[in-house]
Write a protein that binds this ligand. Structure first.
Ligand SMILES: [Zn+2]
Length: 277
């Protein structure tokens, strides 16, 4: 069963019922990072109720900003090959609507990882005042197609967007990789520069906060540019993908399977967005 999965490079390469990831219990949420505003000034305690409420309000640096979060893949993709393998047009090629994603050797599935990180990230961004749009709201469904995943961010006029993944790379490779859109004349031109800036901010924050190394087997210094991803090709808003680590590598798999590390990932991604916006 795992042989088929191992043959694929990249988290999005495999699809179909043969690649069913083993069931994995959801991880309990851990306490999230405390907001900088949590330590309200003590003088507020003696102020009027209105003043106290104002002083205790959290800092909301992302107020008025819209952020689209796309947790890669979905939990029931493996059991719906017909729907998932339907070909869609991503401008540079036609490719399957969606894929099953990869998993760790122990059976922790990428779709569960991406959804868990997305929920944590959404919570942090909303706390900072952002309006967050998710491309899926549970981990038991099918799709949506990569074309729809892009369209959801576009329709929301997101100020920034991210598609969260974890890679199925060679077992000897470690590290993370941020993927920016490449030039597709008539399509990605307007968002290339802001997406590159977003990518640099996400990369810096991720490296600094998670201590995860730049990928040793793909990209350059933790960055990559691609024109084969529908989620980037079709985006009209600044957007990047991140492969948070390599699920087929034992060291990365241990980290990605840890709820504590996933919270750190969410904190890092939130810091990257806050810096960019
Ligand atoms: Zn993926």
């Amino acid at each position: 069963m795992t042989v088929l999965l191992l043959g694929a490079t990249g988290c999005g390469a495999a699809s179909g019922p043969a690649n069913r990831p083993a069931a994995s219990p959801p991880s309990p949420p851990t306490a999230s990072a405390s907001s900088p505003a949590a330590s309200a000034s003590s003088s507020a305690a003696t102020a009027s109720p209105t003043a106290r409420a104002t002083a205790a309000a959290p800092a909301r640096p992302l107020r008025g900003k819209v952020i689209a979060i796309d947790p890669g893949h979905n939990g029931a993709n493996w059991s719906h090959p017909q729907a998932v393998n339907r070909l869609v047009n991503v401008i540079t090629e036609t490719k399957p609507c969606d894929t099953t994603g990869t998993q760790t050797d122990a059976g922790y599935a990428e779709h569960a990882f991406t959804f868990n990180v997305a929920k944590r990230l959404a919570r942090l961004l909303r706390r900072e005042g952002a309006t967050v749009v998710l491309t899926r709201h549970n981990d038991q469904g099918v799709g949506p197609c990569v074309t729809q995943r892009a369209a959801i961010g576009n329709r929301a006029h997101a100020d920034a967007a991210i598609s969260i993944h974890a890679d199925g790379g060679p077992p000897g490779g470690v590290g993370f990789d941020v993927i920016e859109p490449g030039l597709i004349p008539g399509h990605t031109g307007p968002v290339m520069k802001p997406s590159a800036l977003l990518g640099h901010d996400i990369r810096a924050a991720y490296h600094r906060i998670t201590h995860e190394p730049f990928a040793t087997y793909v990209g350059h210094d933790g960055l990559d540019v691609r024109t084969d991803l529908g989620g980037l090709n079709l985006s009209t808003v600044p957007k990047v993908f991140i492969e948070c680590g390599n699920m087929r590598n034992a060291s990365d798999a241990a980290k990605l399977s840890s709820a504590r590390f996933r919270q750190r990932i969410a904190v890092a991604l939130a810091a990257g967005f806050t810096r960019f916006l």
